[in-house]
Design a protein around this ligand. Structure first.
Ligand code: NAD
Ligand code: TYD
Length: 340
């Protein structure tokens, strides 16, 4: 297998590369990443010297760079490269359309030209929009994205589908619920709350804190993608999730308890515009067809994750400087009544 992983320096992409290098020591893995604010090669330090791993700094929107990489004889592509944070998409939608829609199309054109055997588009349950109090997202739930982020991911998904229908490109789309685990950028709920609680800063909870997300340990997402690469039926969508719905306030309280920090750090702030109320995945298709099962229980997974952030303070402290501070001040500054 000669595998191209795009966005491999991000949270899930780097966990996926580490996972695949353990599972397939003979596979050739090329990591192509533009190294935006969210890309961090430190995550891959343990494999960077391996002969079967290489890194190329390039954007998936760069046709020439993409063509050069595909001309090396790639057979499998897993596309993680994306702008991935909903709050940033509300502040600046254009870069989301550029990378998540146009970048996907550049990759699809190259995949078609060079005749790859599998293109996996790593998408999200957010393309389905928001659930009420009952029901779950299945693969046939209509797309109804509510944020510029989810709309741009849905746009990418539709192009992937179209390249299968029109040109017969062998594709799969995976739609996973919220991931947590090591190397997640500290702008997302779990690492943000851990890092702020550790430094006794207020924890900004949007709205009433009762929005629900369905959490999956990142390695379980990686094992699902591995199965889809090898056994996914061409053209199919697979939803991925571990039946772990929690309100945001439950998550924040779990973090506070484990860190021994007071609930008084919780600060309710103005809600996110267009805030999806609830996500919940029905994983029946991938379970039945591909025999996928998550290996991590939420209770232990979250404990391990908190422990990881405690023992990798350097990792997230290095990130929380420069450009991150600017974003953080823009996102939370006036809402928390403080300069961050
Ligand atoms: P992330 O933001 O941590 O990582 C994204 C990576 O893509 C970074 O390394 C960044 O440098 C790179 N990138 C951004 N624009 C690029 C471009 N134009 N060209 C090349 N590289 C570029 O995101 P993540 O949380 O690891 O998510 C990875 C993928 O999984 C995304 O497609 C996201 O939509 C999807 N997803 C994420 C979650 C989640 O909970 N994090 C859940 C379901 C699906
Ligand atoms: P996030 O990690 O941004 O993932 P997504 O919006 O893609 O699901 O947010 C998870 C939930 O946590 C979401 O309901 C928004 C909420 N949230 C807060 O309450 N405060 C915050 O500072 C952040 C970043 C998120």
């Amino acid at each position: 297998m000669k595998l191209l992983v795009t966005g491999g320096a991000g949270f899930i992409g780097s966990n996926f590369i580490l996972y695949m290098m353990r599972q397939y020591p003979k596979a050739q893995i090329i990591n192509m990443d533009a190294l935006t604010y969210a890309g961090n090669l430190e995550n891959l330090r343990s494999v960077e010297q391996e002969n079967n791993y290489s890194f190329v700094k390039a954007s998936i929107t760069d046709k020439q760079a993409v063509d050069e990489i595909f001309s090396q004889g790639i057979n499998v592509v897993v596309n993680f490269a994306a702008e991935s944070h909903v709050d940033r998409s509300i502040l600046e939608p254009d870069v989301f359309v550029n990378t998540n829609v146009l970048g996907t199309q550049v990759l699809l054109d190259a995949a078609r030209k060079y005749g790859i055997t599998k293109f996996v588009q790593v998408s999200t349950d957010e393309v389905y929009g928001s659930l009420g109090t009952t029901g779950l997202f299945s693969e046939t739930t209509p797309l109804a994205p509510n944020s510029p982020y989810s709309a741009s991911k849905a746009g990418g998904d539709l192009l992937v589908r179209a390249y299968h229908e029109t040109y017969g490109l062998p594709v799969n789309i995976t739609r996973c619920s919220n991931n947590y685990g090591p190397y997640q950028f500290p702008e997302k709920l779990i690492p943000l709350m851990i890092s702020r609680a550790l430094t006794d800063e207020p924890l900004p909870v949007y709205g009433d804190g009762l929005n629900i997300r369905d959490w999956l340990y990142v390695e379980d997402h990686c094992s699902a993608i591995d199965l889809v690469i090898h056994q996914g039926r061409s053209g199919e969508v697979y939803n991925i999730g571990g039946n772990n719905e929690r309100t945001n306030i439950q998550i924040v309280n779990t973090i506070l308890q484990q860190l021994g920090k007071p609930e008084s750090l919780i600060t309710y702030i103005e809600d996110r515009p267009g805030h999806d109320r609830r996500y919940g995945i029905d994983p029946a298709k991938i379970t039945k067809e591909l025999g996928w099962k998550p290996q991590h229980h939420f209770e232990t997974g979250i404990q391990e994750t908190i422990a990881w952030y405690l023992s990798h303070k350097d990792w997230w402290e290095r990130i929380q400087s420069g450009a991150y501070l600017e974003y953080s001040a823009r996102q939370y500054g006036s809402r928390l009544g403080e300069s961050l």
